[in-house]
Ligand binder design. Structure first.
Ligand code: SAM
Length: 569
C-alpha cells in the first residue's frame, strides 16, 4: 500500500473563521485528524464525519513524552496509507514543535506538507487593538519564548532585545516578572507599556495593560493564566484607542459563533464508500428518514411513520447521528445541515439519487467479486440502469450551475448528455439570450433509456452549425466501449473556431481520486458493457489534443466530479 501524507496545519488562535481555506479544505477530506488542547472543537468539527479524530492533549503512558507519542502516531497513520491532518494552534512553525514533527517525518521518508496558520504572536495583540508596528512608534518587532527568562544560560540575547521596539513573548505568563526584570536590567525604561492578552479570540478573552515595573504584580492580581501573549513596547498604549472597534469575530458568551461551516457533499460520497455507512445511508434514504426529520420528531413517532420497530429505529437514528447527519435535541431527532441540504427529496441541491446509487453499488461489491470470479459472463448491473440514469441526472442537476459558471459561453451552445433542464436554467441565468441545444444520447425520444448506449449526434444538431461551447455531461460513465471516442469526435466537429469543449464527469483522474465506490461503479458499468476502457485525465487530454484542442484544463467540482475544458484555436 502507498504511504499516505501528513499535513502539519496551522489552526490559528482559536476562532474557526481564522482558519485558512486550505486548512478547512484539508479537514473536509482527511482520514485522520490529530489535535491537542488549544484547538477548538468547532475547528475539529469541520472534519468529515467519517474522519478519525485523535486528541493528543494528554500525556500518553508508554512514551517518554507526548511528543514521542504524536510523532509515532503520525508515522503509523501515514504508513497505513491515510491522509493525516495534524492541527496545531496558531502557526505550526512558531513555537509549536511543528519543525520537530516535520524533521521526524522527513527522516522516515514520510511525505508531508506544512500549511501556515494565523499566529497568536500577531493575532493576540491585534485582537487587543495593539498593532505590533506603527509608522511613528515601532519599526521593529521580535517574537520570543517566555520560557527561557528563568534559565541562566538562556539563548535569548536580552541586551539585543532591549533595543527592539516591540517584543512579543509567547508562553510568558509564569515568567512575566523575570522578563520585565531582564529587560529593565538591559536598559529598557521601567515605565515602558506592556500588555497581556489572554485567550485571544475566545469568548473569555481578557486584556491587561500595565508597565514593565509593575507587570508581575498586575498579572498576579488580575489572575492572568495561560494561554496568554505578552506584548512590550510603546504600541501597547494604542490599546485604548483601537480596541473599541466592533468585533465580528469575538465569540459569544455561550461559546457559539456565527460560524456555520457549509457542509461539503463530498463528505457524503466518502461516507457512502465505507461499508456500514453505505448500508445505513441506503436504508435512511430509501425509507425516507431524512424527509421525515426536516422537522424534529421523537424516535417513537419516527418508528410509527416509518413502520419500523421502535428499538431498531432508535438504533438507526443514533447511528445516523454518529455519521454526522442527524442531531438529537433532548427527545427529538432532527436533520443536520448536511442531510437537510443533500439528502432530502425537497432540497433543490438534493443528491439523494446519486448517493442512493452509490450505496447500492457498495452493496454490490460482493456480487461484483463473484461476477469477476465467474469470468464476467452475462451482465452485471448492481444498481440497475434506471438507478444509473437517476444518479447521472442528480449529479448533473447538482453541478450544472458550477459548470456553467466556469465557462465562457456567449454564442450558441450544445449540451450532450445528462441534466438538460438544469443546464438550460443555468445557461439562461449566466448567459441570457444564448441558445442552448440539448441531446441525450442515452435516452430515446420519449425519455426512456434506449439500452444500447450512445448513438451518433443527430444531423439536425450538427448540419452547418458550429457551437461556441459543447458541454458533455456524464458521457464517460455512461458510454459503452468505443462510443466515447465517437462522441468526442462529433463534439469536436461541432465546436467552431475559438470555441470550447467541456466535459463534466466522475471518471478516473490521476490527481483527484474519486471515492472507491465511484471507481467501483465505473468499473461495474464498464464490465457490464463489454469492457469500455478507463478514461483517465491523461488519456482524455491526449484525445482532445489529437482532435485539435489546446489548453486542456481540469478542475475538481463537487460530488467527486471533474470538469475538463479545452479550447479550439
Ligand atoms: C506553544 S505556543 C504555540 C504558539 C502557536 N504556534 C502560534 O503560532 O500561535 C503557545 C503559546 O501561544 C500563545 N497563545 C496561543 N493561543 C493564544 C490565544 N488564543 N491568546 C493568547 N495567546 C495565545 C500563548 O503565549 C501560549 O502560551
Amino acid at each position: 500500500m502507498n504511504a499516505g501524507k501528513v499535513y502539519l496545519v496551522g489552526a490559528g488562535p482559536g476562532h474557526p473563521e481564522l482558519l485558512t481555506l486550505k486548512a478547512a479544505e484539508l479537514l473536509r477530506t482527511t482520514d485522520v485528524v490529530v489535535y491537542d488542547r488549544l484547538v477548538q472543537e468547532e475547528v475539529v468539527a469541520l472534519a468529515s464525519p467519517s474522519a478519525e479524530r485523535i486528541f493528543m492533549g494528554k500525556p500518553v503512558g508508554r512514551h517518554e513524552s507526548r511528543q514521542d507519542a504524536v510523532n509515532e502516531l503520525l508515522v503509523r497513520k501515514a504508513l497505513e496509507g491515510k491522509t493525516v491532518v495534524r492541527l496545531k494552534g496558531g502557526d505550526p512553525f512558531l513555537f509549536g514543535r511543528g519543525a520537530e514533527e516535520a524533521e521526524y517525518l522527513a527522516e522516515r521518508g514520510i511525505c508531508f506538507e506544512v500549511i501556515p496558520g494565523v499566529s497568536s504572536a500577531l493575532a493576540a495583540p491585534l485582537s487587543a487593538g495593539i498593532p505590533v508596528t506603527h509608522r511613528n512608534v515601532a519599526s521593529s518587532v521580535a517574537v520570543i519564548t517566555g520560557h527561557e527568562a528563568k534559565e541562566e544560560e538562556s539563548r535569548v540575547d536580552w541586551s539585543a532585545l532591549a533595543r527592539i521596539d516591540t517584543l512579543v513573548f509567547l508562553m510568558g505568563v509564569h515568567n512575566a516578572g523575570r522578563i520585565a526584570e531582564r529587560l529593565i536590567a538591559h536598559g529598557r525604561e521601567p515605565r515602558t507599556p506592556a500588555a497581556m492578552i489572554q485567550m485571544a479570540f475566545w469568548h473569555n478573552e481578557r486584556v491587561l495593560v500595565s508597565k514593565l515595573e509593575s507587570l508581575a504584580d498586575d498579572v498576579a492580581a488580575a489572575g492572568i493564566k495561560p494561554p496568554a501573549t505578552l506584548v512590550v513596547g510603546e504600541v501597547c498604549s494604542m490599546h485604548e484607542k483601537l480596541s473599541g472597534a466592533h468585533r465580528d469575530l469575538r465569540r459569544r458568551r455561550d461559546d457559539s459563533s456565527r460560524f456555520q461551516p457549509a457542509p461539503s457533499p463530498d463528505q457524503l460520497f466518502r461516507l457512502v464508500s465505507s461499508g456500514m455507512a453505505s448500508q445505513l445511508l441506503g436504508l435512511g434514504l430509501e425509507s425516507g428518514v431524512f424527509d421525515l426529520l426536516e422537522s424534529p420528531m421523537t424516535a417513537t413517532d419516527a418508528a410509527h411513520a416509518l413502520q419500523f420497530d421502535a428499538d431498531a429505529t432508535a438504533e438507526i437514528l443514533g447511528a445516523l447521528a454518529a455519521l454526522g447527519l442527524l442531531e438529537n435535541t433532548g427527545d427529538a431527532w432532527l436533520n443536520l445541515d448536511l442531510a437537510s441540504r443533500y439528502l432530502t427529496k425537497a432540497s433543490s441541491n438534493s443528491l439523494r439519487l446519486a448517493i442512493l446509487n452509490q450505496a447500492a453499488l457498495s452493496g454490490g461489491w460482493q456480487q461484483l467479486r463473484s461476477f469477476a470470479e465467474d469470468g464476467c459472463r452475462g451482465t452485471f448491473s448492481p444498481g440497475g440502469q434506471e438507478r444509473h440514469r437517476d444518479a447521472c441526472e442528480a449529479v448533473a442537476r447538482f453541478a450544472a450551475p458550477s459548470v456553467v459558471e466556469r465557462l465562457e459561453a456567449g454564442g450558441p451552445s450544445l449540451l450532450i448528455g445528462w441534466g438538460a433542464d438544469a443546464y438550460r436554467t443555468a445557461f439562461a441565468e449566466c448567459w441570457p439570450g444564448v441558445t442552448l441545444c440539448t441531446w441525450n444520447p442515452f435516452l430515446d425520444g420519449s425519455g426512456t433509456l434506449n439500452g444500447s448506449g450512445a448513438g451518433p449526434v443527430p444531423e439536425s444538431l450538427l448540419g452547418s452549425m458550429r457551437y461556441r461551447t459543447v458541454v458533455l455531461s456524464g458521457i464517460l460513465s455512461s458510454c459503452e466501449s468505443g462510443q466515447v471516442e465517437r462522441l468526442l469526435e462529433d463534439a469536436a466537429n461541432a465546436v467552431g473556431d475559438g470555441g470550447v469543449i467541456a466535459l463534466h464527469d466522475s471518471f478516473l483522474p490521476e490527481s483527484v481520486l474519486p471515492p472507491p465506490d465511484v471507481v467501483l461503479g465505473a468499473l461495474a458499468r464498464r464490465i457490464s458493457r463489454g469492457g469500455c476502457r478507463c478514461w483517465s485525465l491523461a488519456r482524455l487530454g491526449g484525445a482532445l489534443t489529437r482532435l485539435g484542442f489546446t489548453r486542456v484544463r481540469s478542475q475538481p467540482l463537487a460530488a467527486a466530479t471533474v470538469l475538463v475544458t479545452a479550447a479550439r484555436n
